[in-house]
Design a protein around this ligand. Structure first.
Ligand code: ADP
Length: 658
């Protein structure tokens, strides 16, 4: 073959080769220069880069800027300078394809093509994407790894299973032991326990305590539906509760529930606390009901009795208007009921320092009380505390007389724990006693006066008869009779009081002509009262159904008082008026000293007498108005007084008329 032919053949072959190369899908490129100017890049390489043909002729990084932070340029430059080729398998490269970055794995080679001096002329880059292979390999490797892991896991699981199995066996043993344990606990439990299975509440377990409460034996109930085993509960709510718990899965708790139970062939009432607890299966379904039952009949009865006692005690304390106190020497704390706080004017806190209570006691009594408390708490004492003293709180106008009674409570060592007791306000009682004493003194005195006179007249008569010294016996007899009369009136008054007290004051009621009654009274007054001007205004006729004697006594008494408490010569009026079809008001008006507002209510109390300067030495027993009031009230009537406290008083009695 000629040289030309050879060249032609070579040229042809070069072109063919280049053409073939440029169309080859096997990525190939040629770079030269330090900047790696792309001299050639075939379709395969352009596809790999994701670029167009226009990149040919550009420096590598200008053409593919995303390679800037990757090692390729440095490697290429190393090859360029050293003339030593570089090849790698499965190396990563990040390229942009259709706008998305993606990492691929490549086998590639940078082959240095050198001239005869060994200087690099160009670099031939061939590459092959191995991403899918790589992924496959990775998968394979991962699978192998997973299999290894699986194997490791399996052997670990096996080991674990072995251990678990061993534990399980131990647990089973424990379980059967603890089952036995639970059974024993249930058997010996002090509360009743029963286990009911299924919707018909078949009694599976019933411990002795619950059998005792139910009044049933094991044979009677075990294995039977609850309703059949315990028919005595018919009409009571228990069956419903069990059904509800079973249906809803909600626990039911009852406190202090009264139930009729079976008892020795009959029935008995019991008070119980009960819990109906649903039992769930592992899938969450209700499979039965656990019944826990505690009988509290005795405790509740005892407690109710205590509550009743407490209640009665509280009632008695209230009714007796008693204050209670509690003193604890160790802490010096003093406590008591509401009344105690009120009397002592203490703030409504639970515990008060004793000194605060002592401060309320009047000065002259305080030390006596302290001594008495100390004495009762001391070792010499019999534990009793009894004393009377006066207190005056900031709210009291006058001191209050208190009667204290208490007892000391001791601990097991015999040391005083507390002093407990009651206080009674005896101010009024004391006043009453004083009034009674004064009354008895006055009664004796008042009875003595006519008695002395009577005695004197009798003596005179005796002497007159014996010595005829001029005294007319008739005259003396009249005087004596008047004294006897006075005494009779007085004694009748006292007798009335005692009759009232013993409930023996009996009314002898009849139809009474009021007009006639007043006319008779007027007649009597005209003859007996000369010191005052007594005016009767007798008008309408009315009929009372009353004890004539007693009503006369009342009006008499009112006129007597009007005379007693008015100046001589003043006027006294008696008048009456029908206020409706059924009622008449009879009034006695005077122009006397009047009655202060504060006294107006009290004058109707027994032994009460107004204490003021105007009363002077006017004697009396303080029982007249009390008797009037009682008599009027026995007639279903009322008595009242009106007075401005300065001058004059009007007493009115309201009585029912026929
Ligand atoms: P006595 O008159 O014996 O004291 P009473 O029960 O009749 O007892 O009266 C009670 C008190 O009422 C008297 O002490 C007196 O202070 C007062 N009182 C009664 N009637 C009158 C009256 N008409 N005017 C003023 N005070 C009176």
């Amino acid at each position: 073959m000629s040289t030309v032919q050879n060249n032609q053949q070579n040229q042809f072959e070069d072109n063919i080769v280049l053409k073939a190369l440029s169309l080859s899908p096997e990525p190939t490129a040629i770079y030269s220069d330090e900047n790696m100017i792309i001299r050639f890049a075939n379709i395969g390489m352009l596809r790999l880069w994701g670029k167009e043909e226009s990149v040919i002729g550009m420096p590598l990084l200008d053409a593919i800027p995303e390679l800037a932070d990757q090692p390729f340029l440095a490697i290429l430059q190393g090859v360029w300078r050293s003339g030593e080729s570089y090849a790698v398998e499965g190396a990563p490269a990040e390229l942009i394809h259709n706008g998305t970055r993606r990492i691929g794995f490549y086998d590639y080679e940078y082959r240095a093509i050198c001239d005869e001096h060994g200087k690099t002329w160009c670099i031939l880059n061939t590459a092959r994407e191995v991403t899918s292979e790589k992924a496959y390999l990775q998968q394979v490797r991962e699978k192998e790894k997973n299999e290894d892991l699986l194997k490791a896991e399996m052997s670990a699981t096996l080991a674990e299973l072995y251990v678990t199995n061993r534990d399980l066996m131990a647990s089973m043993r424990l379980l059967s032991e603890s089952r036995e344990h639970v059974r024993t606990i249930i058997e010996q439990a002090p509360v009743g326990i029963a286990m009911l299975k299924g919707p018909r509440h078949i009694i599976e377990i019933a411990n002795p305590a619950i059998l005792h409460i139910w009044g049933r034996s094991e044979n009677e109930v075990l294995g039977k539906p609850h309703e059949l085993a315990r028919p005595e509960l018919a009409g009571q709510p228990v069956y419903n509760w069990l059904d509800q718990v079973y249906a809803t899965g909600k626990r039911k708790t009852n406190k202090e529930f009264t139930v009729n139970l079976y008892h020795q062939g009959g029935a008995r009432e019991a008070i119980v606390n009960s819990i109906y607890q649903p039992i769930f299966s592992s899938t969450g379904d209700v499979t039965g009901v656990l019944v826990i039952l505690e009988e509290i009949t005795e405790q509740v009865i005892e407690r109710r009795k205590n509550e009743k006692d407490q209640h009665m005690l509280a009632l008695a304390i209230d009714a007796g208007n008693l204050a209670t106190f509690y003193y604890e020497p160790a802490t010096n704390l003093f406590a008591g009921n509401h009344l105690l706080h009120t009397w002592f004017g203490l703030e409504p806190v639970d515990h008060i320092d004793l000194s605060k209570a002592l401060a309320v006691i009047v000065d002259e009594d305080r030390h006596r009380v302290i001594d008495a408390i100390e004495h009762s708490l001391g070792t010499e004492s019999d534990g009793n505390y009894a004393i009377e003293y006066q207190i005056k709180s900031t709210y009291d106008v006058t001191p209050r007389l208190i009667q204290a009674r208490g007892r000391v409570f001791y601990d097991h060592m015999g040391s005083a724990l507390s002093l407990n007791g009651t206080l009674r306000d005896i101010t009024e009682q004391k006043k009453d006693e004083q009034r009674k004493d004064a009354f008895i003194g006055m009664v004796s005195h008042e009875l003595k006066t006519p008695l002395t006179s009577l005695k004197a007249y009798l003596q005179l008569m005796q002497r007159g008869i014996l010595g005829s010294d001029g005294y007319a016996p008739q005259n003396l007899l009249d005087k004596s009779l008047r004294q006897v009369n006075n005494m009779t009136v007085m004694i009748n008054g006292f007798l009335d009081i005692s009759r009232l007290d013993s409930g023996k004051m009996v009314l002898e009621k009849s139809y009474v002509d009021l007009k006639m009654l007043l006319e008779d009274l007027h007649e009597e007054v005209v003859h007996t009262i000369h010191s005052h001007q007594v005016v009767f205004d007798i008008t309408e006729n009315m009929v009372l159904y009353a004890d004539r004697e007693k009503i006369s006594q009342v009006i008499h008494n009112l006129i007597g008082n009007a005379v007693k408490y008015s100046p001589v010569g003043s006027r006294i009026d008696l008048y009456y008026k029908r206020i409706d079809r059924h009622t008449v008001v009879i009034s006695v008006r005077d122009e006397g000293m009047g009655i202060g507002i504060d006294d107006q209510d009290k004058i109707f109390e027994r032994y009460y007498r107004v204490q003021n300067i105007k009363m002077g030495s006017i004697a009396g027993f303080g029982i007249g108005l009390y008797l009037c009031k009682e008599i009027v009230e026995l007639h279903d009537g009322e008595i009242a007084v009106k007075s401005d406290g300065e001058k004059g008083a009007t007493f009115s009695i309201t009585l029912p008329i026929e």
